[in-house]
Design a protein around this ligand. Structure first.
Ligand SMILES: [Zn+2]
Length: 479
């Protein structure tokens, strides 16, 4: 959960059919290059604010160096290219029109070499040079499904706090078609190869992602990766053909050097996003904590933390930041905010009033919607107001309300000393001993931050294999 920022409005006026700089084919593009860059720049601000920039200057500089080498040899060397590692645990990479390229810190431990990093960046560069994002944006505008119109038709619940973020996210996580993905593979492999990296890195990368995808059904803790990048079975075969066509050259792989950079990289939730430990969500930067109900599954996304019982859920609890007001709102303003927010979500107050929760001022109320009942607390801690809301179907509310009350009452602030002790998991190294299995190694850390299948995949192996004795492998350790 991180803080949110304001609104972005993009006006697009001109309309043109241009020659695609990467493919040479004519194609629809409503955006001039200047507009494309402006669109990307606005969305880039939103992505940085929402996901956060990973706080590691070394990694930022390294990814920028590898990316820039290829961007300068691409079909559009003069764009204002930027390469950023965002502070997200999911395994992903994405691009915005205008030359804004991102990898998540979550993908880093799964890359086996610098060549694989180069190929993933090359693939994303290609989405920009071949105008995949810009032309998808243009098509949306033309068909009247423009993002602005969509937003008016489907206003966000809880007062439209998303603003321009929806646009940034939908641009960043566009589902490109099969042809666009293949084109990006082809161009990306070419950019990597032309800049001195082994194009076979793309094959290794796709194999790893394929294994992760397979494992994610069964193994807990595997990130929901590359939703924007479908992996058709024959894509790897197609890339192998491309690599053969590129032919051998003086091509860098740098696997050992790359692995040497990984120890210390944050694994899973970061301090900046807040960390789930057992049943409790703790946020050492905001210095708040909330205890979720026993047995519920907690998921910490960028915008909020939610918890639901396993299986068919009739109830959920949500924690999110509502606003940052200096000094915290006075009682009348707090009451007013609660009413405005819930009215905007089309919820009618049944009862409500001022109270304190573990020493923090709060407004707690029960609200009825068309099909749901909500128990919501607006809690002021420091200069920030938080919303803790239990939502249940009208039928389920009766049995859920005790759980909701307990969760709301568990909200607490923490001291700086307690906050300082909360550290994330990190990538570490381990020398394999005789008799070790992926399962035994994964089980040796407590609480277990990674499953055996994911651990094997992180080391470029399959779960069925044996870790090679005396090899230095990647593991996840307590910070
Ligand atoms: Zn792609």
């Amino acid at each position: 959960m991180v803080r949110r920022y304001g609104l972005v409005v993009i006006a697009v006026v001109a309309m043109a059919c241009v020659t695609n700089p990467a493919t040479g084919r004519p194609q629809l593009n409503l955006l001039s290059e200047a507009q494309e860059i402006a669109l990307g720049r606005e969305a880039d601000q939103q992505i940085r604010a929402e996901m956060g920039v990973y706080d590691d200057a070394g990694w930022q500089a390294y990814v920028t160096r590898v990316g820039m080498a290829m961007a300068k040899k691409s079909h559009r060397p003069n764009l204002p290219w930027s390469f950023v590692v965002v502070d997200a645990s999911a395994v992903n990479a994405f691009a915005l029109p205008g030359g804004f390229i991102y990898v998540t810190r979550g993908i880093l431990p799964f890359l086996q070499s610098e060549a694989e990093l180069a190929n993933v960046l090359g693939h994303e560069i290609a989405h920009v040079t071949a105008l995949h994002g810009a032309s998808a944006y243009s098509k949306q505008q033309l068909t009247g499904l423009g993002l602005g119109l969509g937003r008016i038709l489907a206003p966000e619940r809880y007062g439209g706090v998303f603003g321009g973020l929806e646009m940034a996210m939908s641009l960043a996580f566009l589902k490109h078609g099969r042809d666009a993905e293949r084109e990006a593979d082809r161009l990306g492999v070419g950019y990597a190869s032309a800049s001195g990296w082994d194009p076979a890195g793309m094959v290794g990368l796709l194999s790893t992602l394929g294994r992760l995808s397979e494992a994610s059904g069964s193994s807990r803790g595997v990130p929901n990766f590359l939703t924007a990048h479908p992996l058709p079975e024959d894509r790897i075969a197609a890339v192998k053909d491309l690599v053969t066509a590129e032919g051998p050259g003086a091509q860098t792989v740098d696997a050992a050097e790359f692995s040497g950079r990984l120890p210390g990289v944050v694994w899973g939730d970061s301090r900046e996003q807040g960390i789930v430990r057992g049943r409790e969500f703790v946020h050492p930067i905001l210095r708040i904590a909330l205890r979720f109900p026993d047995g519920w599954e907690i998921s910490n996304s960028a915008s909020q933390v939610t918890a639901q019982p396993a299986g068919e859920a009739q109830a959920a609890v949500v924690l999110r930041v509502v606003s940052n007001a200096s000094g915290g709102p006075a009682q009348t303003a707090r009451t007013q905010m609660a009413r405005t927010q819930m009215a905007a979500a089309k919820l009618t107050e049944v009862s409500g009033g001022e109270t304190t929760i573990n020493g923090q001022r709060a407004y707690v109320g029960t609200y009825r919607g068309e099909q749901e009942v909500v128990r919501a607390a607006f809690i002021v801690a420091g200069s920030t107001t938080y919303l803790v809301a239990g939502v249940a179907t009208s039928q389920a509310f009766g049995s859920a309300q005790g759980t909701f009350a307990n969760t709301i009452e568990s909200f607490r602030t923490m001291t700086q000393a307690e906050a300082d002790q909360i550290q994330p998991f990190r990538v570490g190294q381990y020398s394999v001993r005789s008799g070790d299995t992926w399962t035994s190694i994964a089980s040796s850390a407590a609480p277990r931050p990674i499953g055996p299948a994911t651990l094997a995949i992180m080391n470029g192996a399959t779960a069925a294999s044996r870790p090679p004795v005396s090899a230095r492998i990647r593991v996840v350790v307590s910070g």
